[in-house]
Ligand binder design. Structure first.
Ligand SMILES: Nc1ncnc2c1ncn2[C@@H]1O[C@H](COP(=O)(O)OP(=O)(O)OP(=O)(O)O)[C@@H](O)[C@H]1O
Ligand SMILES: [Mg+2]
Length: 121
């Protein structure tokens, strides 16, 4: 499951992943993968991966880190700044916007599995 998170700096992408992890029962600290690019989690028998590609330098950095292997059909991948790399397409895309008062989240599915997931919400 590949989930792209769209939204400006500070729109709440990391916060949303933190909320997902907490709701799955994760008790540890959820830090932004700003510098590490990837933070892995094992929670509720799920392998969840949180990427922030904002600081990705180039394709060789992506290749050398072995990130491609994370798209293994089993992991659940939340990806901030997906447009910074050439990566597999998303099952779900979440668009976060800051309004004058409050924020909005727009959820869009691109695949059958993505639609099945959103239908459960
Ligand atoms: N729904 C929300 N309502 C109010 N404040 C929020 C909400 N979501 C996030 N915030 C606050 O906005 C700030 C930035 O959030 P966050 O780090 O999640 O942004 P981000 O989209 O991941 O940014 P970046 O692109 O820099 O990683 C944090 O201080 C967070 O507490
Ligand atoms: Mg973030």
């Amino acid at each position: 499951m590949v989930i792209y998170l769209h939204g400006d700096l500070g729109a709440g992408k990391t916060c949303l992943v933190r909320g997902v992890l907490n709701s799955l029962g994760y008790k540890g600290r959820v830090k932004s993968p700003t510098y590490t690019l990837l933070e892995p989690y094992l929670v509720a028998n799920l392998n969840l991966r949180h990427f922030d590609l904002y600081r990705l330098q180039d394709k060789s950095e992506w290749d050398e880190a072995g990130f491609r292997d994370e798209f293994n059909g089993e992991n659940i991948l939340f990806i901030e700044w997906p447009e910074k790399a050439l990566i597999p397409p998303a099952d779900i895309e979440i668009y976060l916007d800051i309004l004058t008062r409050g924020r909005t989240a727009t959820l869009k599915s691109n695949t059958v599995i993505g639609r099945t997931c959103l239908n459960q919400l």
